[in-house]
Structure formats: structure tokens, C-alpha cells
Write a protein that binds this ligand. Structure first.
Ligand SMILES: C[S@@+](CC[C@H](N)C(=O)[O-])C[C@H]1O[C@@H](n2cnc3c(N)ncnc32)[C@H](O)[C@@H]1O
Length: 186
């Protein structure tokens, strides 16, 4: 069983070629997120994958720092950004916890299809809360499984991981208070 970055490096090429599973929902999320954006904003995306979402958002903000564990994902993301003529994204290898960033320095943080992959999810969420400006926005969407599905996932995940077909998946318990204080974008 390898490290998570080995799993994601291995699947990066295939991941980049797979179509979005629900295009209408994806477009809706892009639009809703862009309604909270403005051209002066500094944005950070963690678990950015092959950069598709960051590339969509880049024309709407000043700068995006896009962080991912997998170098192969990031190589594809850099190529795609270059092909799209997008120059205001900086890609970084690593986790959000490793990423060196000042407190209250970001206007928006994105974490998409990633929270269930974090072994230290509460620590990551606390960091998100710390690096956001007061009034900053955290945008996240993550698979939600019903209780019957959870039962299967609990035994499927170790098997999938053993066969190198699945990454580690962490089923959250009650989330802790990460320090977010309620504002909502328009
Ligand atoms: C399911 S993909 C989601 C990619 C992208 N956010 C999207 O919505 O298409 C998960 C991504 O998170 C990355 N990843 C996994 N664990 C991570 C971690 N602890 N820190 C940063 N990136 C991570 C993987 O390399 C992969 O690119």
C-alpha cells in the first residue's frame, strides 16, 4: 500500500480525461462561487487536482494559489493553465498544512472533493479559518453518503486500498468547531 500521493500520481492522467459526472451541477457551482468573487481577491484552492476549477475561476480574481499533493496532477494543471492562457495561478505541491501562508491573507479558500480524503480534517479546517480574512469565504463540496452506503464504504475502502483501486477515505465523525464565524456571500 503506497502513500496517497502515489495513488493520485498513478491516476492523474486518467482523472484528467474523465468527464465531470454532473456537468449541470458543476456549472451551477462555478456560477455560485463566481458570484462571491471579485477582481481584487486572493484565492487558495487545496486539492486542486488537474486545475480545471482554478482555471475557470482565474479570470474572476486577482490570484489563485493552487495546492495539491500529486506532482502528476500539478504537471497536467500547469499545462492546462498554459494552454488556456491563464497566468494568475501559482501551483504548489503539498498539503494545505504544509503550505506556508500568513493568517488572514486569503479572501476565499476552495476545497472541492477533498475533505473526505484528509486524515487530519479538523486541523485543515482550522487552518482554513485562520488564513481567511475576516468575512472571507470558504467554498467546499464533498461527497455525502447516506447511512446505508456508509456501511458498505467502511469495508469497501480497505479492500479498494489493498488492491490500489481507491485512496484512503476518512469518514468524518462530528466536526469540531474550526473557528468559522458566520458570514455569507451575496
Ligand atoms: C478527488 S480529487 C479532486 C480534485 C479537484 N478538487 C476536483 O474537484 O476535481 C482529490 C485531489 O486531492 C489531492 N489530495 C489528496 N489528498 C490531499 C491532501 N492531503 N492535500 C492536498 N491534496 C490532496 C489529490 O492529489 C487529488 O488531486
Amino acid at each position: 500500500m503506497g502513500k496517497p500521493e502515489q495513488f493520485w500520481d498513478k491516476v492523474a492522467e486518467k482523472y484528467s480525461r474523465s468527464p465531470v459526472s454532473d456537468e449541470a451541477a458543476y456549472q451551477k457551482k462555478l456560477k455560485q462561487t463566481q458570484q462571491c468573487m471579485s477582481s481584487h481577491m486572493r484565492v487558495l484552492e487545496f486539492g486542486c487536482g488537474t486545475g480545471t476549477t482554478a482555471i475557470h475561476h482565474a479570470p474572476h480574481v486577482a490570484h489563485i494559489d493552487a495546492v495539491d499533493l500529486s506532482n502528476n496532477m500539478l504537471d497536467i494543471a500547469r499545462d492546462k493553465a498554459q494552454q488556456a492562457g491563464v497566468s494568475n495561478i501559482t501551483f504548489h505541491q503539498g498539503t494545505l498544512e504544509q503550505f506556508n501562508v500568513e493568517s488572514e491573507s486569503m479572501d476565499m479558500v476552495l476545497g472541492l472533493s477533498i475533505l473526505h480524503l484528509l486524515p487530519n480534517r479538523d486541523a485543515t479546517l482550522s487552518k482554513v479559518a485562520r488564513i481567511l480574512e475576516p468575512g472571507g469565504v470558504f467554498v467546499s463540496s464533498t461527497a455525502c453518503l447516506g447511512s446505508s452506503m456508509l456501511r458498505y464504504i467502511t469495508w469497501l475502502t480497505p479492500l479498494g486500498k489493498l488492491l490500489n483501486l481507491m485512496p484512503d477515505v476518512y469518514i468524518p465523525e462530528q466536526p469540531q468547531d474550526a473557528g468559522f464565524r458566520g458570514t455569507q456571500c451575496p
